[in-house]
Design a protein around this ligand. Structure first.
Ligand SMILES: Cc1cc2nc3c(=O)[nH]c(=O)nc-3n(C[C@H](O)[C@H](O)[C@H](O)COP(=O)(O)O)c2cc1C
Ligand SMILES: [Mn+2]
Length: 471
């Protein structure tokens, strides 16, 4: 049985032995710094901060929600003893034939325990962290869910777009060009109208997980979430916006993004490892209604410089989404997909079947909805290379690539202000490198054989001479 809300999720994670409770941390940089070091391998647990400096006990912050495979499995209704490859396979299957269950509208829910409007609104009643030392403000939205509706087509989107606090009832919502809510916003502004939004700042981690994935245009993340849980998500209808708000959310707001009022947003420590988008004017979000449960929990997932490895939950999900796109585009014999350095470096392995197979796989991996935005390298390797092992991939790049023949540059692709290599004035486009690191198809059979003892021989000598080998 899936858990019902964030609080039950926390209990389950505690039962798995993966919850650290931390009392007394400062919202100003300490929570952020501990989140950063914890993500660097000191531990794999989720961190639940309580008794935060300047705030009453019970007003909590939770970070590191889906940073372990066990927790990612728990969150997505899969067995918690699942392995890396099985996790990708299970998600690939789900995406291929998604079960969609629309949300259920209910009249009441824990989110309505405390409701504030007008002068009573004060978002800083919550222990909103300042995550990185050069951040331009306190970011309440880093593992939240932004809900908007397409003004023409009527469908409901959920996305994760960072939210900074300006003051007690005004927020900055930063949405990169091309993201679904950005298009909704443009459609509203083109009519001279504000964009209505509802945001939850603490909720079932599954909703955050899905809202941060590049589902196709028009797909309703809430319906996917219901499908994964096997039961509809309970939502209340927002009084000001009419938008669905998770009934068991910890904290939520309703408001409007204004077409005629803007204010500086950023800088913010971003996933690239830089404060690249700096400070810009962004439209102001005016809060009309602020709600929270008793003793609310803000969920957080502040970005930091990419970590080594292709095993974090976000990388595994990204791999499943890209693999699904390759399948849907009809690319045969894909053997593995791995994402390194977050969006920047995607590796696909194939069993080469025909001339151009590798290039086809690279183009789709690099340009499908999940792979297109702010990616940099798409690498295709033969099936003997372990895509998750960066040393194996580098070996293929170093030995099966003749740079002059094997690397292509694709220009004017989807990028944005977060791209560190694009000068501020030119933000928007960036190029891609496609690296065909497969043995050249034409003379594959004559390619030098790989050297090295067989697995069996290695095993045999290791056992036979174990007594003589110094540790
Ligand atoms: C922690 C986190 C923070 C994010 N912050 C932003 C952001 O500030 N702006 C943005 O446009 N996308 C941000 N994203 C990426 C989007 O959530 C992602 O592209 C998602 O697909 C957007 O939803 P959409 O496809 O419905 O537009 C963030 C993702 C994560 C996981
Ligand atoms: Mn979407």
């Amino acid at each position: 049985m899936s858990y019902t809300d964030l609080r039950e999720w926390i209990e389950r994670v505690d039962d798995l032995g993966e919850l650290s409770r931390i009392d007394g941390a400062d919202w100003d940089l300490e929570i952020g710094a501990l989140t950063e070091v914890a993500g660097h391998g000191l531990g794999t647990s989720a961190l639940l901060f309580d008794r935060i400096k300047d705030y009453p006990a019970g007003y909590r912050v939770l970070v590191g929600m889906i940073e372990s495979l066990k927790r990612a499995a728990l969150t997505t209704n899969l067995p918690t003893d699942i392995g890396r490859d099985q996790f990708i396979a299970a998600w690939k299957e789900r995406l291929n034939q998604p079960t969609l269950i629309p949300p259920r509208y209910v009249d009441r829910g824990p989110i309505l325990e405390n409701v504030f409007t007008g002068k009573e609104i004060d978002i800083l009643k919550l222990p909103v962290p300042r995550w990185h030392d050069q951040d331009g403000g306190r970011y309440v939205g880093t593992a939240h869910v932004v809900i908007t509706q397409d003004p023409d087509e009527g469908w409901i989107n959920m996305g994760v777009y960072r939210v900074m606090v300006h003051d007690r009832d005004r927020l900055a919502l930063y949405i990169s060009p091309g993201k679904h809510a950005r298009i909704h916003r443009q459609k509203s502004f083109d009519r001279g109208k504000p964009l209505k939004v509802a945001i939850s700042f603490g909720q079932d981690p599954l909703l955050f997980l899905l809202a941060s994935r590049a589902l196709p245009w028009g797909s309703q993340e809430l319906d996917y979430a219901g499908g994964i849980k096997g039961a509809p998500i309970d939502v209340i209808r927002g009084e000001f916006t009419g938008l669905p708000i998770p009934a068991a959310a910890e904290v939520a707001i309703e408001g409007e993004v204004l077409p005629d009022e803007s204010k500086e947003e950023g800088p913010f420590g971003e996933w690239t490892g830089y404060y690249a988008s700096g400070e810009r004017k962004e439209p102001v979000l005016k809060i009309q209604c602020f709600m929270h449960r008793d003793n609310p929990i803000i969920t957080g997932s502040p970005p930091f410089r990419p970590q080594p490895g292709a095993d974090n939950c976000s990388a595994l999900l990204r791999a499943a989404f890209i693999w699904d796109s390759l399948d849907k585009a009809g690319v045969p014999d894909v053997r593995g997909v791995a994402c390194h350095q977050n969006r920047f470096f995607t590796v696909v392995s194939i069993k080469q079947r025909y001339p151009g197979h590798a290039k086809q796989a690279a183009m789709i991996a690099g340009q499908c909805q999940t792979g297109a935005y702010l990616s940099r390298y798409a690498v295709v390797v033969d099936e003997d290379i372990d895509v998750a092992d960066i040393n194996d991939v580098l070996w293929a790049i170093c030995t099966r690539v003749d740079p002059e023949k094997s690397i292509d540059i694709i220009r004017r692709c989807w990028s944005g202000p977060l791209d560190p290599i694009i000068p501020r004035a030119e933000k928007g486009f960036s190029s891609r490198a496609i690296i065909d690191a497969c043995r050249p198809f034409e003379w594959m059979k004559d390619f030098p054989p790989v050297s090295g003892a067989s697995k069996e021989l290695k095993q045999k000598v290791l056992e036979k001479y174990a007594h003589a080998l110094k540790k």
